[in-house]
Design a protein around this ligand. Structure first.
Ligand code: PBG
Length: 321
């Protein structure tokens, strides 16, 4: 009974538990769309919705009451074009949403995802030159989007586009516009993952041709993730991210060992969808699997967790009674 002594009852298990997931760890992703009175469920992400700004405010009210500290916003624009203009134009949907939320709930921490794929008609994360994504032409547009979200009141800018040199470029643009105090969370080790499938349905952002392999990372590579992360920190990232979560625990662990800045992990749409689907089939206990996954992310080194399970966790649905 050598190892079992400390597992005999709940109290001792609680005392010696090394990893505790708390509500303060979470950031909740939300999708905002134009129009009014819209709250449409995303088919492949049961329990997650596209909100128009008015219904978003109702949702946010509930989140604040549940003591959720932060959200991550994604915009679904009315119009798309080759340059992703609606990502950064005056009155863009994300800036509008941020302004509206901050007016009513100034204490809620708002993270703004910065990318062009939801806003380009071709669905790529940058502007094209022929069939290729043009790195240098994309950087100023990402910077413009970043500044517009900061202007609207975003607390943290999170570029997810995977262009080279974007952190330095965005940092400079933020500083020059008077937003030196706004930190950047870099999607540093962002893999080219099929786990983003449901998100692309949610945001209508699947590439119309080809794939994202020329800018997102090859899932087979580990050292590259460490290099990308180091580079982003050197360019000025305040927080780095590993994405997806559970299939990349080894990367998360290594990044956490390597860096001194906080590390965020993104438990992505496909991870959420798999748990929800298997739960619906009656094949797993979805709540327990969700909790176990979140615990694994924290154990592997996450300081912050972006998760579609945030609200369920906040409601106390995931924790064992
Ligand atoms: C935008 C972006 C994506 C996700 C976050 N930001 C999609 C992608 O890169 O294709 C995925 C999030 C998720 O799957 O939950 N580039």
């Amino acid at each position: 009974m050598e190892y079992r002594r400390l597992r005999r009852n709940k109290a001792i298990r609680n005392y010696i538990r090394e990893t505790k997931v708390t509500l303060e760890d979470f950031i909740y992703p939300l999708f905002v769309i134009g129009g009014e009175n819209i709250k449409e469920e995303i088919v492949s992400m049961p329990g997650q919705y596209r909100f128009s700004i008015d219904t978003l405010l109702q949702e946010v009210k509930e989140l604040v009451q549940l003591n959720i500290q932060g959200i991550l916003l994604f915009g679904i624009p009315d119009k798309k074009d080759p340059f992703g203009t609606t990502a950064y134009c005056q009155g863009n949907i994300v800036a509008k949403a941020i302004t509206a939320i901050k007016k009513e709930f100034p204490q809620l921490y708002i993270v703004a995802d910065v990318c062009l794929c939801e806003y380009t008609d071709h669905g790529h994360c940058g502007v094209l030159c022929g069939a290729e994504v043009d790195n240098e032409k994309t950087l100023p547009l990402l910077a413009k989007a970043s500044v517009s979200y900061a202007e609207a009141g975003a607390d943290l800018i999170a570029p997810s586009d995977m262009m080279d040199g974007r952190i330095e470029y965005i940092r400079k643009a933020l500083n020059e516009s008077g937003y030196e105090h706004i930190p950047i969370m870099a999607y540093s080790a962002k893999y080219c993952s099929a786990f983003y499938g449901p998100f692309r349905e949610a945001a209508d952002s699947a590439p119309q041709f080809g794939d994202r392999k020329s800018y997102q990372m090859d899932p087979a590579n580990r050292k590259e993730a460490l290099k990308e992360t180091e580079k982003d920190i050197a360019e000025g990232a305040d927080i780095v991210m590993v994405k997806p979560g559970l299939p990349y625990l080894d990367i998360l662990w290594q990044v956490k060992e390597m860096v001194k800045v906080p590390v965020c992990v993104y438990q992505v749409s496909g991870e959420y969808a798999m748990i929800k689907a298997a739960e619906k089939m009656g094949w797993i206990d979805g709540k327990k699997v969700a909790m176990e996954s979140l615990t694994a992310l924290k154990r592997a080194g996450a300081d912050m967790i972006i998760s579609y399970f945030t609200k369920d966790f906040a409601k106390g649905l995931l924790e064992e009674k």
